[in-house]
Design a protein around this ligand. Structure first.
Ligand SMILES: CC(=O)N[C@H]1[C@@H](OP(=O)(O)OP(=O)(O)OC[C@H]2O[C@@H](n3ccc(=O)[nH]c3=O)[C@H](O)[C@@H]2O)O[C@H](CO)[C@@H](O)[C@@H]1O[C@H](C)C(=O)N[C@@H](C)C(=O)N[C@H](CCC(=O)O)C(=O)O
Ligand SMILES: Nc1ncnc2c1ncn2[C@@H]1O[C@H](COP(=O)(O)OP(=O)(O)OP(=O)(O)O)[C@@H](O)[C@H]1O
Ligand SMILES: N[C@H](CCC[C@H](N)C(=O)O)C(=O)O
Ligand SMILES: [Mg+2]
Length: 486
């Protein structure tokens, strides 16, 4: 492929060399350069890619895409200046893979909570209806039934385009993806025309990266500028703002609203929240969903709106929704052991998420609610005391422990959480997550519920110098097994 073909949709200045040069592939990390690659210099948070341009050329790069001047590069190397290298990476990646997203129906979901749940539900319903579906999200990426490991919720633009291309190759029709605020702020999805964009909600998270709530909202709003059909939860204050801002900007979008309270295109009525499944009626049609809690009715409403836009018949939507399950989202574990209390593993790691799962479980718990949770290190610190307060207000007993401490001291994170807890009598701190879960299970009695929050589907724990295997569900099994043996 010629460099000039990749640059087709970009504004650029040729600083040196020629654009009619043949290139191998695109790369934004000098450690992965191969002969005749293009090296894209990205200004990051930790370092500046421009610093590695020389070394990339020494490793074989024949072209460099940059924002700033770069000195000392040999004359036979092409140097191209653009205004924004992250955007350039996204545009060139799309060209390199043949603009695959244009061949897929693109469904993006954003919001603080509910992205994974909503995308997994949409994938389940479409797959059960006989369609070929790809999914990009926190738990994994999927191309039809095949599962691919992922490290990020929304990968970098280049990897995203590669995934879309694989989906197209394998006959995928619908690509449903979680679009994180990081991805929007860092232009990982730049240039993608979304057919549908769903807004779940906006509450506190990731202010370590966005700094202000306004910047966090702005990042999320970008997705709706990129979509044709904007599907919005108007029970969320910020969802209403999305609708207002879309109208203000005169963007001529098809705005579709959902709610459980107010008039909306999709309003859930006659909601019956049972312990396990919830039933509700939307536009005179009955639905049920197998994951509990009102918040999952919201996730289902987004899914119903998407499925209607793609003309899926009611029977297929209803049948698909009635049997969905999402790993690590309000997941009952340890059922096969002889226990007279319940244990639930959930991925709640924000104040809103924790409040939702705890109030949902509390409603159906006859005995006490025992909560085990911690907060991730090197992430938003302000949410820590807020989550401490929510856990202690809603639970009868709280075990504060470690989540993924990353580079931080676990005891310091626990201290931050404890600062939000007034009633320290019904609370213990145990740094080891294994011991914390063991403690919660050891005190549980008939009718109690133990909620283990924060890590959900994760099967690892990120410590200061290493990542170890750690899976809340497996830990519960081990603890219950050793109880059975006594
Ligand atoms: C804050 C954030 O998102 N950072 C992402 C960002 O890193 P960065 O811009 O700081 O990059 P950097 O490390 O400063 O390096 C700058 C450039 O120099 C290059 N470089 C660097 C070193 C070197 O030796 N050689 C070299 O070429 C790098 O490849 C990069 O191109 O761009 C990198 C390249 O794409 C990402 O790997 C990196 O994600 C980091 C690993 C990360 O942890 N991100 C998380 C927070 C994230 O994205 N989370 C969201 C949200 C989760 C959710 O709520 O669901 C997600 O979508 O997963
Ligand atoms: N619509 C919702 N509104 C509020 N809370 C929700 C909603 N859906 C799920 N939750 C809660 O938030 C937790 C995280 O849900 P989910 O994984 O679907 O969100 P996410 O947006 O993908 O999060 P992340 O950004 O970390 O990937 C769940 O375990 C549950 O406790
Ligand atoms: N996508 C979120 C997930 C947090 C999950 C929690 N277990 C943690 O590590 O804080 C993040 O990277 O901030
Ligand atoms: Mg997610």
């Amino acid at each position: 492929m010629l460099l000039q073909d990749l640059l087709k949709d970009l504004k650029y200045e040729v600083v040196n060399g020629s654009v009619s040069t043949e290139i191998n592939k695109i790369c934004y990390d000098n450690r992965k350069i191969e002969k005749n690659d293009i090296f894209v210099c990205i200004k990051g948070f930790a370092t500046d890619g421009h610093k590695y341009a020389l070394s990339a050329v020494q490793s074989g790069a024949s072209a460099v895409i940059c924002e700033d001047d770069i000195d000392g590069i040999a004359n036979d190397v092409t140097i191209i200046k653009v205004e924004d290298t992250r955007k350039a990476l996204a545009v060139m990646g799309a060209q390199y893979y043949g603009n695959p997203s244009k061949k897929l129906r693109m469904i993006g979901v954003t919001g603080t909570n509910g992205k994974t749940t909503s995308t997994m539900i949409i994938r389940d319903v479409l797959t059960k209806a006989g369609h070929k579906v790809g999914l990009i999200g926190t738990i994994a990426n999927y191309i039809n039934d095949e599962k691919f490991k992922t490290e990020r919720t929304t990968p970098e633009s280049l990897e995203l385009q590669e995934l879309f291309a694989k989906m197209v190759d394998r006959g995928v029709e619908y690509c449903v993806m979680e679009v994180s605020s990081h991805a929007l702020a860092l232009d990982r999805v730049y240039g993608i025309d979304f057919d549908e964009a769903v807004f779940t909600n906006l509450t506190r998270d990731h202010l370590d990266m966005h700094k202000t709530f306004e910047a966090y909202y702005e990042a999320k709003f970008k997705l709706f500028r990129m979509a044709k059909n904007c599907i919005v939860n108007i029970d969320s204050e910020y969802g209403r703002r999305v609708v207002d801002d879309l109208k203000k900007e005169n963007l001529n979008k098809n705005i579709i609203t959902f709610s459980t309270k107010d008039e909306a295109d999709y309003k859930a009525e006659k909601i019956n929240l049972e312990a396990i499944e919830s039933e509700f009626v939307v536009n005179n049609k009955k639905y049920s969903i197998d994951i509990p809690g009102l918040y999952n009715v919201y996730n289902a409403l987004g899914c119903i709106a998407v499925c209607n836009l793609i003309n899926l018949p009611y029977e297929k939507i209803e049948a698909g929704l009635s049997e969905v399950s999402v790993p690590g989202r309000c997941q009952r574990v340890g059922k096969k052991h002889n226990i007279d209390f319940s244990i639930i593993v959930d991925y709640a790691h924000t104040p809103d998420g924790l409040e939702n799962i705890l109030s949902t479980v509390k409603q159906v718990t006859k005995g006490r609610l025992i909560t085990v949770f911690g907060c991730g290190g090197n992430r938003d610190t302000v949410k820590r005391p807020q989550m401490g307060k929510i856990a202690s207000d809603l639970s009868d007993f709280v075990v504060v422990t470690s989540d993924n401490p990353r580079k931080e001291e676990p005891s310091k994170i626990i201290e931050d959480i404890m600062a939000g807890i007034d009633n320290k009598e019904n609370c213990v701190t145990i740094e080891s997550r294994y011991d914390a879960i063991k403690k919660a299970i050891s005190i549980a009695e008939k009718g109690d519920s133990v909620v283990i929050a924060g890590k959900g589907h994760e099967n690892y724990q990120i410590l200061k110098d290493e990542t170890i295997h750690f899976d809340d569900k497996e830990v519960v099994e081990q603890i219950l097994l050793s109880r059975d043996e006594v």
